[in-house]
Design a protein around this ligand. Structure first.
Ligand code: ATP
Ligand code: MG
Length: 789
């Protein structure tokens, strides 16, 4: 077992301060200048528990950062004695930079500043044995987790169609979020997963230990378990971390809360900052009640409220406050700003998602140029925040078309690509030979004649002897199992991993060289070189990119850890870019200009969240709306569409109910551009029975007589289209409706020319000249003669 003394590593080593620095007079405290009195109180109350409870943009994160600077500056703690928890790795990086700037760049680093997960990995690596793991354990991603659960379900003879692995995964995650190990799951939940939930959970945990692996939730649960079972270890950490700081405290779950309470249990120097109105991770087990419990758990806690918002103009702030005021369970707080009024929040409705993307693209280009007498805005200052990640694609497509540089934060990433995952599986086995999931992934990639039967044999041997797959493969080779060709292939794999593993452990040649060697010698690179499919070249490029990415890390293990942890990773050439991300990923960030598209009922608020959690779900969605609006400093634009393609199906959309909760006096309703929109959005707003105020404003926009609106009505065919009562019946010109019949030649924006071959209601079967036969909705099709080019 690792003991504390032997394990004294860099992070805990006493800081070496150069003599020149030691001799310097105490550093000035000008970083405190400019803080308001409440912020100053939060920074200066260094000892004892402190809770900063305040609305968006009031400088909570700034106070926390300054507090770290102050701890260092006053000599209360060395950088490595401060434990600071941020919500994302990106936030951790930013905080490090900010502290560095504040104290004049003297801070080399704050080794224990990171997310709950990254901090937990660090702790768990030191004491892995106490959790039944080895210190080189692997961290499984969701994909691996699901594969493992599926194996279990199948092995137990359970019908995986009725009882899907995904369901079990979310049950187990839920338990882990509450720090419940299998034996602690309450009896009332024993019926889960056809009465087998807890049993399968226990088996899954056992499998993980055999694989020397853990999943994301385990990172925290294991650490909490170690702290609870080994008080002497906990005590060391309690003594070491003199000060604990937590940002976004409203989103901690039970496991994280226990983790914090245990660590702060000694000196109780803990400072948490949060905003109950921004609690948006209830679906992942976050408990906003943790905020309310703080004073109970830490009696005598100093509670500080910040009320001045420094981020947003009054219109933006008022719009956000208006929306959130519909939530019932709130602590309630006052927010004010002394910034100039600025522009009202802009609201616009569009015909469909493509038009919305096109319009936003144009507005961004205008912002970049600087219009209406305002200064040009850098793309870095512009963000598009969406409720669901599938909404990003329309913007990506549009921006690629018009050459607008953008970055997707937290979206499908490089590391999720097939070839990258394969390559990483090779690295994982080289670093951690027990990682059987990784081994199984690449055992026959490239094809080596090790098909399902061979894999089954390897699995059987592994089970019989209680060893990992690589070890089982070695046994088969030594005992002459399998057919000659398969055995030889297996031997060359085993030899390869022995060789690569030895290189990794020796650490004599650069890990990038080892990685390249692994991919070359295993035949993986050659596999793609020989591949004639159109995407093979791209995959080879990605593999090269992977080696480049590796170079930034000290070793392979560090890199693999990074990949499993870093959810907000991005490749960046440093050029200014528009950011596209989900509302969830935007927490804590700010941008001068924010676009909030897709405000449609069912999408936002999300139907799923309302179905699953009822009013609680709706309130969480509303908090998400509040988070979205409060990211904007100067310009906030909300939009929605009448038609949206959701999972390949066209759907008519109703505007989000949150739109009618916006206070009218802070909103400007815009008229959509002619050709495709022509005021549908305004009409859609007005069609809501509950929203007369915005409807009036929209009607004033006089969009219904525009040529675009008429054209749009015409396209809409016989489908009812919402519009204000007073204009209904005056616009739709039945004569103008396009009539399609079998044999009509048509044009479709995306698929080009084609001929109608069948009609079913408003659905047409069209044989497209280039794209082949497809079903399309009639309103997206024009008779070929109508196309003006
Ligand atoms: P959120 O709830 O969105 O996380 P927050 O409360 O953490 O917001 P910060 O991000 O710390 O707020 O601050 C919001 C903005 O206000 C930042 O740009 C910050 O630099 C600025 N700010 C904070 N305090 C002050 C101050 N006293 N004077 C001037 N600007 C400030
Ligand atoms: Mg913040």
């Amino acid at each position: 077992m690792t003991t504390w003394i032997e394990d004294e590593a860099e992070a805990f080593a006493p800081e070496r301060r150069p003599l020149s620095q030691q001799a310097m007079a105490p550093r000035p405290t000008d970083y405190l200048d400019g803080l308001n009195p409440d912020q100053l109180a939060a920074v200066e109350a260094l000892d004892g528990p402190v809770l900063v409870l305040a609305g968006a943009g009031t400088g909570k994160t700034r106070a926390l950062t300054t507090r770290i600077a102050h701890l260092l500056n006053t000599g209360r703690a060395r950088p490595n004695q401060i434990l600071a928890v941020t919500f994302t790795n990106k936030a951790a990086r930013e905080m490090k930079t900010r502290v560095g700037q504040t104290v004049g760049g003297v801070v080399e680093g704050i080794p224990w500043l990171g997310t709950f997960h990254s901090l937990s990995v660090k702790i768990l690596r030191r004491h892995a044995e106490m959790a039944g793991l080895k210190s080189n354990f692997t961290i499984l991603d969701t994909d691996d987790q699901l594969r493992l659960l599926k194996q279990l379900i199948v092995a137990e003879g359970i019908d995986e169609k009725r009882w899907p692995p995904r369901l079990l995964a979310s049950l187990i995650d839920g338990w882990k979020n509450r720090a419940l190990t299998p034996e602690k799951v309450p009896a009332s939940e024993a019926a889960a997963f056809n009465n087998r939930g807890t049993e399968l959970y226990a088996m899954y945990q056992q499998r993980l230990l055999t694989l020397n692996a853990c999943d994301f939730g385990d990172l925290l649960v294991h650490v909490v378990g170690i702290f609870q079972a080994f008080p002497e270890v906990l005590e060391k950490y309690q003594d070491w971390f003199r000060y604990i700081l937590v940002d976004e405290y409203q989103d901690t779950n039970v496991a994280q809360y226990l983790w914090l309470r245990l660590l702060a249990g000694g000196h109780k120097n803990i400072c948490c900052v949060g905003d109950d109105d921004q609690s948006i991770y209830g679906w992942r087990g976050a408990e906003v009640g943790n905020i309310l419990r703080f004073e109970k758990d830490f009696p005598g806690a100093k509670v500080i409220r910040l009320e001045q918002n420094y981020r947003s103009t009054p219109h933006i702030l008022a719009a956000a406050s208006g929306v959130i005021s519909s939530n019932e369970k709130r602590l309630g707080k006052t927010l004010w700003t002394d910034l100039n009024a600025g522009e009202k929040v802009r609201l616009i409705g569009h015909w469909d998602g493509d038009e919305e993307a096109r319009w936003i693209g144009e507005k961004i280009e205008a912002l970049e140029r600087g219009t209406r007498g305002s200064d040009p805005v850098s793309p870095d200052g512009i963000a598009i925040l969406v409720r669901a990640s599938f909404l990003m694609r329309a913007f990506e497509d549009r921006f690629l078309t018009i050459g607008l540089p953008y970055r997707v934060i937290g979206g499908p990433r490089f590391y999720e690509r097939l070839e990258i995952r394969d390559a990483m599986a090779y690295f994982r086995v080289a670093v951690s030979p027990d990682d059987s999931l990784a081994f199984e992934r690449i055992v026959n990639k490239p094809k080596r004649g090790l098909g399902d039967k061979a894999v089954q044999t390897i699995n059987n041997v592994a089970r019989q002897h209680g060893v990992g797959l690589l070890e089982a493969a070695r046994m088969i080779v030594e005992e002459g199992g399998l057919a000659t060709r398969a055995r030889n292939a297996l031997k060359s794999m085993v030899d390869g991993f022995d060789r690569w593993g030895a290189l990794v452990r020796a650490g004599e040649i650069p890990h990038t060289d080892i990685a390249e060697q692994i991919l070359d010698e295993s035949g993986y690179t050659d596999m793609w070189k020989a591949d004639k499919s159109p995407d093979a070249a791209g995959r080879l490029e990605n593999l090269k990119e992977l080696i480049k990415a590796l170079d930034e890390f000290e070793n392979l293990q560090g890199f693999l850890e990074h990949v499993s942890l870093v959810m907000d990773n991005e490749q960046d050439d440093g050029a200014p870019k528009v950011s596209i991300m989900t509302l969830h990923a935007a927490k804590g960030l700010e941008f001068p200009c924010v676009f909030l598209p897709g405000w449609e009922d069912g999408l936002f608020p999300s139907q799923r969240s309302m179905d699953e959690s009822g009013l609680k779900g709706l309130e969480e969605e509303r908090r998400l709306a509040y988070v979205g609006i409060t990211r904007a400093e100067r310009l906030c634009t909300i939009s929605f569409v009448a038609n949206r393609r959701v999972y390949n199906q066209w759907q008519s959309q109703m505007p989000s109910r949150f739109i009618d909760e916006l206070p009218e006096e802070h909103v400007e309703v815009l008229t959509p551009p002619g050709l495709y929109g022509g005021g549908f959005g305004a009409a859609a707003v007005s069609s809501r029975p509950t929203g007369p105020s915005l409807a009036d404003a929209a009607a004033k926009a006089d969009a219904y007589n525009s040529p675009g609106w008429k054209r749009m009505q015409a396209r809409a065919g016989n489908r009812p289209v919402s519009q204000p009562k007073e204009t209904r019946n005056t616009v739709i010109d039945a004569e103008a409706l396009p009539a399609f019949e079998v044999g009509t030649r048509i044009f479709h924006q995306k698929f080009g020319y084609g001929t109608v071959t069948d009609i079913e209601g408003d659905k047409l079967l069209i044989d497209f000249e280039k794209a082949g036969p497809k079903h399309v909705v009639s309103r997206f099709v024009t008779a070929a003669d109508d196309v003006p080019f």
